[in-house]
Design a protein around this ligand. Structure first.
Ligand code: PGA
Length: 254
């Protein structure tokens, strides 16, 4: 995966509620993406739809992502989904530590274990970081730094280079209250500097950074051009094929 090629991931969350709607959405997205091999585009449907969505996107350039994973591979873990099962369905990316999961109790330790499991099986972890709110003293920067340091403690240089970091400020998720391109750019510089201090400059520069939080076809151009991240993690706007494809187009053209 070349970092110079942007990555746009659609996180469907707990939508839609029927297999047939999921299948239609996947088909519509695949149709629009058929001829475009760049940027990289992936969709993360709920677990029960992964197999069907995988079939519908198979002939397109759209790749499959999952919204979570468990860190044990097999055994007595009721309700969990393993990386081996994801791999068998040709899932390529795994979202880990989304703020909606952290709000349900997922800890930094869970995130670390999941990332290690995913890397071990050669899938790409998309690790979400983001502050609940911003304060005038800039304490939110320390919060982001702590989230990154906590992960970095268990990752070698080679492992870190394979991680995708998604900066998703919680206040911007699903609120329509997008971060400004300036906020995004500032955070991009900050994350690169944190990674440089922990590792080194080449490592920091090779980690792919995504922005997520109320990305729409209307704000995607400015956020991409001026925010200087390497793609987007899109929630609400990934549920309409037209909007999702307009975001992809905005990235291609900016
Ligand atoms: P949103 O969600 O685009 O609906 O704000 C983004 C996300 O949670 O990944």
């Amino acid at each position: 995966m070349k970092k110079t090629v942007p990555l746009i991931v659609g996180n469907w969350k707990l939508n839609p509620v029927t297999l047939s709607d999921a299948s239609d959405l996947a088909k519509a997205i695949a149709r629009k993406q058929k001829s475009i091999s760049e940027p990289y585009v992936a969709v993360a449907p709920p677990f029960p739809y992964l197999a069907e969505v995988g079939k519908k996107i198979a002939k397109s350039s759209v790749q499959l992502a999952s919204q979570d994973v468990y860190f044990k591979n097999i055994g007595a873990y009721t309700g969990e989904v393993s990386v081996l099962q994801l791999k068998d369905l040709e899932v390529e990316y795994v979202i880990i530590g989304h703020s909606e999961r952290r709000a349900m109790g997922e800890s930094n330790e869970d995130v670390r274990q999941k990332v290690l499991t995913v890397l071990k099986h050669r899938l790409v972890p998309i690790v979400c970081v983001g502050e609940r709110e911003r304060d005038d003293q800039g304490n939110f920067f320390t919060f982001i730094e702590d989230q990154i340091r906590n992960l970095a403690e268990v990752l070698s240089v080679a492992e870190m280079k394979k991680v995708v970091l998604a900066y998703e400020p919680i206040w911007a998720i699903g609120t329509g209250n997008t971060a400004t391109a300036e906020d995004v750019k500032e955070m991009q510089i900050f994350i690169v500097s944190v990674l440089t201090r922990i590792y080194d400059r080449p490592t920091a520069k090779s980690v792919r950074l995504l922005y997520g939080g109320s990305v729409t076809p209307q704000n995607a151009t400015e956020l991409h051009k001026e925010g200087d991240m390497n793609g987007f993690l899109v929630g609400g706007s990934s549920l309409k094929a037209e909007d999702f494809s307009d975001i992809v187009k905005a990235v291609v053209q900016s």
